[in-house]
Design a protein around this ligand. Structure first.
Ligand SMILES: Nc1ncnc2c1ncn2[C@@H]1O[C@H](COP(=O)(O)OP(=O)(O)OP(=O)(O)O)[C@@H](O)[C@H]1O
Ligand SMILES: [Mg+2]
Length: 686
């Protein structure tokens, strides 16, 4: 029927009947719609070439395969080789429920038939055909389950479409896919001469134009569900990245494993710190506390954004850690003072540059004496509630001792108390770990003090966390610092071993895999870490890595060719190729790309490095404040938070302090050891 466009727009009102549309005639609305551009017009290819065994749409070739035979038995997730196939495939499955009654009638007939066959055989004195008896058994079992309603009956069809850029690629992928299907005991066929219908059956329109079905009961059907295939997706946990095999998410809860430790190895600049920061940020949302030893001042932006406590150690810093602290927690079968003395001797060995056997013995006695003077003995009751001694007390005891070695040691110790190396460990501790995130920066410490500081911070954290049980993560950047020295290596290993009991997950990061794995303790830390992350590796170190982590050739190649943020994620027995991905907001907080950092600083979105000084630049524009809820939770009146709020991300523009006020601000955290500190000083923690 011809269309008259002019009548559509004529002034004369049309009879009602015509507007509703006569059957077979188009309504004006339809006519109008037809003349407009719709989505189909945009996405449709100009032509589709349909060949016997493939389709060509634009420059791409497509071939659909259907499955006509299935194995007798299947296990859970049996289709995973197809779901995780190395080439992109479109897989479609159709499930058709079948009324049980139809099947039951059919089954009854079948069972009667099979029983008759069996009986005839018995009557004739023949051996019963095992195929017949197996079929009978199956049919009876199925009948029983259907009657009881335990199982339902379905029909299932399964199509796979391959796409390729060239006919050659199409052939090669087809033969690979066919052999994979063959290995699963699936009989597959190319839908020759039916390419169009087959293709339509595998696009997401829900149309099965092929109808090549197979009967299946509920249990068998359930095993075809592809969702179990994404190897590392847990119900709970944080998102680590994207599974590069199949594009699924790697969601994982490290606290669900036998220990929550992890190691991260990769060459410099491949995204180790990025990964760890991202994890830390996301773990905060799940209520973990995070502590970080940061030798590069990389974690400041992140820490300040979440309202954490950034502790910057330097020669004249006001932050102090007293290595003589005791946790005051009595553990069955453990003498805390005894353990502490071992730890202190290790620390003093680092500080004094090695000890002879007799010096060690004298030092041991001197340490016991130092504690005794304060009233602390091996009796656990004396170990809590009493202020512990400080380094100077030990110095005095050594000075007062009669042995010449003691004097010698006192002299060597002097520079840490009064001299050039005065640092962070000559007074009572004034740091608490109450914040959601605590970062210890050692960047501004002298190089020689760094290994000592690392050890000291670890010891401090270890002592403190045992006082109250909380979900915590301790991140040690550049962990090879600690492995250079036998004693400190042993110490970090012992933390890795015992962390589980204190709900602690230790993350060790190292760019020098070779160094790390050459140390016995390093190797032991790896075996005591349930999660292992390998990002891009150096060709020189790959063999050692492959040997330690039992990598296949393919995995070795993957690690050598990995881009930034790509690598392998091992969790317990599973491992997947992962791509670490952050959101834009997260990326701003964790990137170390100098170019991006400069831009962010120019925009005032992050603070210039190392500056707590007042800003005299343009006013900071309001930016969206990330992780709002965490800030409120952790902002328990410490000064850092006040600093953070005013200087990094002043959201509303109100409360922006005047320059004079800002000058008064102390750099980050101080709990009252310096009397000049303005504002209320919190009491030093015991
Ligand atoms: N998954 C990622 N997506 C986007 N950018 C990333 C990713 N991972 C890392 N980067 C960027 O790559 C650079 C190097 O990353 P990162 O600082 O984490 O490396 P690293 O392995 O810790 O290096 P180093 O051993 O020197 O500390 C940074 O600029 C970071 O922003
Ligand atoms: Mg780094």
């Amino acid at each position: 029927m011809g269309l008259n466009l002019f009548t559509m727009f004529s002034d004369k009102p049309k009879p009602r009947k015509q507007q509703q549309g006569v059957p077979g005639e188009k309504t004006p609305a339809q006519v109008l719609a037809e003349g407009m551009l719709n989505v189909r017009d945009i996405i449709a290819p100009s032509a589709i070439e349909v060949d016997f065994t493939f389709l060509r749409i634009g420059n791409m070739y497509f071939r659909t395969i259907f499955v006509s035979g299935y194995p007798r038995f299947v296990g859970a997730n049996w289709l995973s080789p197809i779901i995780n196939f190395e080439h992109t495939l479109d897989v479609s499955m159709f499930y058709y429920p079948v009324k049980s009654k139809v099947i039951l009638d059919d089954l009854r007939r079948k069972i009667t038939e099979l029983e008759a066959t069996t009986m005839t055989n018995v009557e004739k004195g023949k051996i019963v055909d095992p195929v017949v008896s197996a079929a009978l058994e199956d049919a009876k079992a199925l009948q029983e389950q259907l009657v009881k309603g335990v199982e339902k009956y379905f029909q299932f069809s399964f199509y796979i479409t391959i796409s390729a850029e060239t006919p050659e690629e199409l052939e090669s992928v087809t033969s690979k896919l066919e052999s994979t299907l063959g290995a699963l005991l699936l009989i597959s066929k190319v839908a020759s001469l039916q390419m169009e219908d087959a293709f339509q059956s595998s696009i997401p329109t829900g149309l099965d134009k092929m109808l090549i079905t197979r009967n299946m009961d509920t249990t068998s059907l359930a095993t075809t569900f592809p969702f179990t295939s994404s190897d590392l997706t847990m119900e709970e946990g944080i998102m680590y990245g994207i599974n590069r095999h199949n594009g699924s998410l790697v969601i994982f809860d490290r606290f669900s494993l036998e220990n929550a430790n992890s190691v991260v190895f990769a060459k410099s600049g491949s995204g180790k710190s990025y990964f760890v920061k991202l994890e830390a940020l996301r773990l905060l949302v799940f209520g973990s506390e995070v502590m970080i030893i940061d030798p590069e001042e990389e974690y400041r932006t992140l820490c300040e954004a979440v309202g954490g406590n950034y502790i910057d150690f330097s020669a004249n810093s006001s932050h102090k850690i007293n290595p003589f602290d005791l946790s005051g927690v009595a553990v069955e079968g453990e003498n805390e003072l005894g353990q502490k003395l071992i730890g202190l001797i290790t620390l003093l060995k680092l500080m004094l540059g090695g000890l002879t056997a007799s010096e060690e013995a004298i030092l041991d006695r001197a340490l016991i004496e130092t504690y005794r003077i304060k009233g602390i003995t091996t009796d656990p009751d004396t170990q809590s509630g009493i202020e512990p001694p400080v380094m100077e007390d030990l110095y005095k005891v050594l000075m007062g001792a009669s042995e010449p070695e003691a004097k010698g040691m006192a002299e060597r110790l002097e520079r840490f108390i009064k001299g050039s190396m005065t640092g962070i460990f000559d007074s009572q501790s004034n740091i608490n770990l109450d914040s959601k995130m605590t970062v210890f920066s050692t960047k501004n410490l002298e190089e020689a003090l760094r290994p000592i500081a690392f050890y000291l911070i670890l010891d401090f954290v270890w002592t403190r966390i045992r006082r109250d049980l909380k979900k915590r993560i301790l991140i040690v950047e550049e962990a090879w610092y600690l492995l250079q020295n036998e004693d400190s290596a042993r110490f970090i290993y012992s933390i890795a071993k015992r962390a589980r009991k204190y709900y602690l997950g230790l993350t060790t990061i190292s760019q020098d895999v070779d160094d790390f794995l050459s140390s016995e303790y390093g190797k032991a830390i790896v075996t005591n870490s349930s999660i292992q992350i390998l990002l891009k590796q150096h060709p020189a170190g790959i063999d050692k890595v492959a040997e330690t982590f039992y990598l296949s050739e393919g995995e070795k190649r993957l690690l050598l060719a990995a881009a930034v943020g790509e690598g392998l994620f091992f969790a317990g027995a599973n491992h997947v190729a992962i791509k670490v991905m952050a959101s834009e907001a997260e990326h701003k907080l964790i990137t170390t790309n100098p170019e991006e950092l400069l831009k962010l600083r120019e925009q005032g979105l992050i603070k210039p490095l190392g500056s707590n000084a007042p800003k005299t630049g343009p006013a900071i524009p309001p930016v969206q404040r990330p992780y709002e809820s965490m800030r409120t939770e952790s902002s328990q009146g410490t000064q850092t938070i006040t600093d953070t709020e005013t200087s990094i991300q002043n959201q509303s523009g109100q409360g922006q302090p005047k320059p004079e006020e800002k000058k008064m601000e102390q750099p980050t955290f101080n709990l009252g050891s310096t009397p000049s500190q303005p504002g209320p000083a919190a009491p030093a923690e015991q």
